[in-house]
Design a protein around this ligand. Structure first.
Ligand SMILES: *Cc1c(COP(=O)(O)O)cnc(C)c1O
Length: 428
């Protein structure tokens, strides 16, 4: 145990919680021990402002190799021609892209937060909505799929400089080519934020945004199963849309502007311990094991969605192409908030989530978001997810019966013992 007993005991308790529970939060995963150990290393001690070969500190020889390996592995994983591995998180990656392209007051267009979008895509409580004129598109009320007609209307009306596709709570694949046509029509840069499905895209199981989008951002800790962090990639570097040239008359490149927007634009020293762990994760994601894992994530999500539909639940858009789904709970007469609080009593972890055009307030909601990335890492397969749907169904049906809830909780705790997490580890 680490010398700080108080913190050490909290770490042990959190490990026990992760082990005994049914983890359905769509943005979470269980990184490998290699990733965890790399993050917890002495690389933490090094300052390395700048980029490989161009640092503001001495002693960066090894760090340069590490960051270079992370960049090279990331480019290989996605077939990218440019990568920046320094963003501290997904939000910082998005902030850097916006800083590199926009001036205060410029228009942007992203998916409505209430329809599954992300705060950094133009929400008024986020920098993206405070400094830019943010407009949004939504999902079609009849289908739950992104309303491409509305995307086009909004784009032509507001002439955004940046169009963002990607979401936090959208269970369908994206038509990046259709977005690109619209972006070209209004002269916008097209960005995809693949924070959620990145790992499934890397495994070749969903459409590839790099072919159509100018810039792609992501987190590294969701389906990609790495350390908490962000990345920016491009299929190939392009001239910056401002058309500016440098002193020699060469075009200023987008990659150069993105690098400056990350550091010094929005961040200080890079987290090289995390960047090393990113390199580990990018290399893991190129293995056959990982590709099998990603395919199982999708099969498990389909099985869970179907099992819920079979039990009278509604899934927004009717199903899922990726690792997550949005469950509309109105047919079960329970709010998202009450469902989240009920399920956690049986150690099923989920999050309440707005459904498109939700009649409830954001702190109440009518839905929950479920994802299969974390439990698939634990080794669960389709049949296990049918079992999970049964538990969710039974809990909601017997929501006021404490004995039923307690008995499902102990059944779940026993069940999860069959799927060991970090076997042999007892604490730090
Ligand atoms: C999770 C997420 C982010 C932000 O990631 P953080 O690492 O939490 O900052 C950005 N965009 C989308 C679409 C996300 O789902």
């Amino acid at each position: 145990m680490i010398k700080d007993r108080l913190v050490g005991e909290l770490l042990t308790r959190e490990l026990a919680r992760q082990r005994r529970g049914v983890e359905l939060i769509a943005s979470e995963n269980f990184a490998s021990l290699d990733v965890i150990r790399t993050m917890g290393s002495w690389l933490n001690n090094k300052y390395a402002e700048g980029y490989p070969g161009k640092r503001y500190y001495g002693g960066c020889e090894v760090i340069d190799e590490i960051e270079g390996l992370a960049i090279q592995s990331l480019c290989k994983l996605f077939g990218a021609g440019y990568a920046n591995v320094q963003p501290h998180a997904g939000a910082q990656a998005n902030m850097a892209v916006q800083l590199s392209l926009l001036k205060p007051g410029d228009a942007i267009l992203g998916l409505n937060l209430a329809h599954g979008g992300h705060l950094t895509h133009g929400s008024p409580v986020n920098f993206s909505g405070m400094y830019f004129r943010a407009h949004s598109y939504g999902v079609h009320p009849d289908t739950g799929y992104v309303n491409m007609e509305q995307v086009r209307e909004q784009a032509l009306e507001h002439r955004p400089k940046l169009i963002i596709c990607g979401a936090s709570a959208y269970s369908r694949d994206w038509d990046y080519a259709a977005f690109r046509t619209i972006a070209d029509e209004c002269g916008a840069v097209l960005m995809a934020d693949i924070a959620h499905p990145a790992g499934l895209i890397a495994a070749g199981l969903l459409s590839d945004p790099l072919k159509q989008c100018h810039v792609v951002t992501s987190t590294t800790h969701k389906t990609l199963r790495g350390p908490r962090g962000g990345i920016i990639i491009m299929g190939e570097d392009i001239p910056h849309p401002s058309g500016q040239t440098d002193k020699k008359g060469n075009p200023v490149m987008m990659g150069q502007r993105l690098n400056s927007a990350v550091f010094p634009g929005t961040q200080g020293g890079p987290l090289e311990h995390v960047i090393a762990a990113k390199a580990v994760a990018f290399r893991e994601a190129q293995t056959e094991d990982y590709r099998k894992y990603a395919a199982q994530v999708i099969r498990n999500a389909a099985a869970l969605a179907q099992a819920l539909v079979d039990r009278g639940f509604n899934i927004v858009s009717g199903g899922t192409d990726n690792h997550l789904m949005l469950v509309d709970l109105r047919s079960k007469s329970i709010t998202g908030k009450d469902a989240e609080n009920l399920l956690i009593r049986a150690d099923i972890t989920t999050n309440k989530n707005m459904i498109p055009n939700d009649p409830e307030k954001p702190m109440i909601t009518s839905g929950i978001r479920l994802g299969t990335a974390a439990l698939t890492t634990r080794g669960l397969v389709e049949g296990d997810f049918v079992r999970i749907a049964e538990w969710i169904h039974a809990l909601i049906l017997h929501r006021s019966e404490d004995a039923v809830i307690a008995s499902i909780k102990s059944e779940i705790n026993r069940y999860m013992e069959g799927f060991p997490l970090y076997p042999g580890i007892e604490g730090l």
